[in-house]
Design a protein around this ligand. Structure first.
Ligand code: TMP
Length: 212
């Protein structure tokens, strides 16, 4: 039914995934593929409104469960409105974050028990799991210095205000997700030179998805 592919990019804030996603899009376009570059939250018009609620610094009162449901609402809308039609049309969809981010941030980071949303996930999200997930990892020291830098910048968002221990739990979550599904995940050291990481991503696309 879906002749295209969904490739997701995951990792902590500041791990370099957006740069790699853009370069991957350019490489795929040069190879002749049609690509949809998108992101979560905010890959649709409705999703952009959800994103502005989620990341607004003034929304200190946002409850963890409300946050979780908003990320899921964004994802369901995004899948139905954008990702699945693009896959049906044979496109390669490159998505900046997907459901692994919810498990890592809301599950491991916030400590929410995600079994309460299992029926939504198993009906609306699990059937459309990514074909490949690129996880960019960075060390705790790098996380700390990048976060300190972001937290000093005027354009920081609500999640950037979280503690270092929150991000350490999120990083642990990503590691455990990747270990549980090695056939879907490719884990790359995000502290290498941009071109080195890009070459490793291209290798993974060629070897795992026979994209060349
Ligand atoms: P971005 O900065 O990578 O666009 O992501 C926005 C923030 O939202 C980032 O701090 C990670 C967070 N996030 C979650 O907490 N749960 C999710 O399900 C997703 C997709 C993102």
């Amino acid at each position: 039914m879906y002749s295209g592919k969904l490739i997701t990019f995951e990792g902590l804030d500041g791990c370099g995934k957006s740069t790699q996603l853009e370069k991957t899009k350019d490489w795929l376009n040069n190879q002749g593929y049609t690509v949809l570059k998108t992101r979560e939250p905010g890959g649709t018009v409705i999703g952009q409104q959800i994103r502005s609620i989620l990341l607004n610094l003034e929304h200190e009162e946002l409850q963890a469960e409300s946050e979780l449901l908003l990320y899921l609402a964004d994802r369901i809308q995004h899948l139905q409105e954008s990702i699945l039609p693009a896959k049906s049309a044979g496109k390669i969809v490159l998505c900046d974050r997907f459901h692994d981010s919810t498990v890592a941030y809301q599950g491991y980071g916030r400590g929410l028990n995600l079994s309460s949303i299992e029926s939504i996930v198993s009906h609306c999200i699990k059937p459309y799991a990514p074909d490949l997930t690129i996880l960019l990892t960075i060390s705790p020291e790098t996380i700390a210095s990048r976060l300190d830098r972001r937290q000093k910048q005027a354009e920081k968002d609500r999640l950037d205000l979280e503690s270092h221990s929150f991000f350490a739990r999120v990083a642990q979550g990503f590691q455990e997700l990747a270990a549980a599904e090695p056939e879907r995940f490719v884990c790359l050291n995000g502290e290498q030179e941009i071109e080195v990481i890009q070459n490793e991503i291209i290798d993974a696309l060629q070897q795992r998805l026979q994209i060349c």
